[in-house]
Design a protein around this ligand. Structure first.
Ligand code: SAH
Length: 225
């Protein structure tokens, strides 16, 4: 790796490791308690997951545009969802719906053995794949397609995370959840009240809990770009 690429990945000035550390402090103050999650967020350089013009805001706790009408999720929400996925033990196989920038994918890849990530916009998927390769995260498989169908040939999954909001939970995703597994997803109408939901499969039964109110881009079923 060239010295300049190494310097860009590590970050400097407003994208430096110190900037990541300040974000971690804010996340802790906001109630994130899982040290494994905080460590992963300290380790993954969020600035690498956005256009260079927006890098100065990479360590603000806010969602930012990534093109194609999509956004990179707010760090607090990434931390919250990851914490909810790890609760009950580190899942071995995780399915992510909505790769987007690949930031949540990278945080997961730093924490669990295997990540499977589906994205419907091929241009975003291509960029995310390249970023994970640059960071040396080799434990991720990507699929271009409609994530509301899940990834049947790889099922079941110990955990499923959805990073775009469906009006209600897609049945195939619940069906692809392993015994003891959990799914975390924002659910609700576009532009309306969405809630983060955590559903777990315990002795065959699905149990759900409501977490934070959130605002995500919609999960779009069917067509592929
Ligand atoms: N975790 C991502 C969030 C990206 S926004 C990040 O932090 O960057 C949500 C993403 O879900 C968008 O990239 C959008 O294209 C994708 N998406 C929406 N509906 C989808 C579907 N049915 N299948 C797969 N991806 C979908």
């Amino acid at each position: 790796m060239s010295a300049s690429l190494e310097r860009r990945l590590r970050g400097f000035g407003v994208t430096s490791p110190q900037a990541r550390e300040r974000l971690v402090v804010r996340l802790r103050e906001a109630g994130i308690r899982d040290e494994r999650v905080l460590d992963a967020m300290r380790q993954i350089p969020r600035h690498v997951f956005m256009d260079e013009a927006l890098e100065v805001r990479a360590y603000d706790d806010t969602a930012l545009p990534i093109g194609h009408g999509q956004t990179i999720s707010q760090p607090y929400i990434v931390a919250r969802m990851t914490e909810a996925l790890l609760r009950g033990g580190v899942p071995r196989k995780v399915l992510e719906i909505g790769t987007g920038s690949g930031y949540q994918t990278a945080v997961l890849a730093a924490l669990v053995p295997q990540v499977f990530s589906i994205e419907r916009i091929s241009a975003l998927q291509g960029r995310a794949r390249e970023r994970l390769r640059l960071l040396g995260l080799g434990n991720v498989r990507f699929l271009h397609g409609d994530g509301s169908k899940g990834w049947p040939s790889q099922a079941p999954f110990d955990a499923i995370v959805v990073t775009a909001a469906p009006p209600e939970l897609p049945r195939p995703l619940l069906d692809q959840l392993a015994e003891g597994g959990r799914l975390v997803a924002p659910v609700g109408p576009q532009g309306g009240m969405q809630r983060l939901m955590r559903v777990s499969r315990i002795q065959g039964e699905l149990r759900s809990e409501l977490l934070d109110p959130v605002s995500f881009v919609p999960l779009i079923s069917g067509e592929i770009e």
